[in-house]
Design a protein around this ligand. Structure first.
Ligand SMILES: C[S@@+](CC[C@H](N)C(=O)[O-])C[C@H]1O[C@@H](n2cnc3c(N)ncnc32)[C@H](O)[C@@H]1O
Length: 185
């Protein structure tokens, strides 16, 4: 999927990288891309780096502290722009307002033809797309944390529009997940 989406070369920023599982899996498939991991939780950085070392990924940069709710932690556009920004599986466990941060950051640090790609399970027009996503939402809600639940694609689109990004493509992926691609209006 990403082979058809990411450019052949350039700089790609990952938000909320967590343990760095995905970025270190993708990196060898795109040797001409420099991948930049980030997270608000700096305690995950050693794990990202050890996975980078184990995989021998020379095209994964050092992780940077980036909190989507705090624009003072965001990269400075003067230090270079990104061809793409991706984020995987944050919305299940983060408030929908995090979409504001993603969109505002994208508007600030993406190249003119760059894009944001958001991966995860979502509701569409207020409805579950599958029973398994409804079940998953039930499990999340059972945890009793107010922000843990499936979010609606429409709310992400609203946040994107507010910052001059528009929805370009919605890719339907296996296991009832989506990639939502946003570009400049
Ligand atoms: C469920 S984990 C997903 C990690 C990784 N993307 C994955 O799919 O394995 C959510 C991650 O979001 C990060 N996160 C939560 N709130 C954040 C914020 N405001 N800014 C940046 N990262 C955040 C957490 O620290 C955590 O690493």
């Amino acid at each position: 999927m990403l082979k058809g989406l990411l450019p052949e070369q350039g700089d790609v920023l990952e938000l909320a990288s967590g343990a760095g599982l995905h970025i270190n899996y993708f990196a060898p498939h795109f040797p001409e891309i420099i991948f930049h991991p980030s997270d608000k939780d700096v305690s995950v950085f050693d794990t990202i780096k050890s996975k980078r070392g184990a995989a021998g990924n020379k095209n994964v940069a050092d992780p940077v502290a980036l909190d989507l709710t705090d624009s003072s932690t965001w990269p400075d556009a003067e230090n270079g722009l990104f061809d793409a920004i991706f984020v995987i599986n944050i919305f299940q466990v983060a408030p929908v307002s995090i979409a504001e941060g993603i969109a505002a950051l994208g508007a600030k640090v993406l190249k003119p033809n760059g894009f944001v790609a958001i991966y995860g399970p979502f509701k569409l027009n207020g409805k579950y797309t599958t029973q398994s996503n409804a079940d998953f939402d039930g499990e999340l809600r059972a945890a009793g944390v107010s922000e843990w639940h499936l979010k609606d694609i429409a709310d992400l689109e609203k946040a994107a529009n507010k910052h001059g990004l528009i929805s370009k493509t919605r890719f339907d992926l296996p296991a009832n997940n989506f990639i939502l691609q946003f570009v400049r209006a």
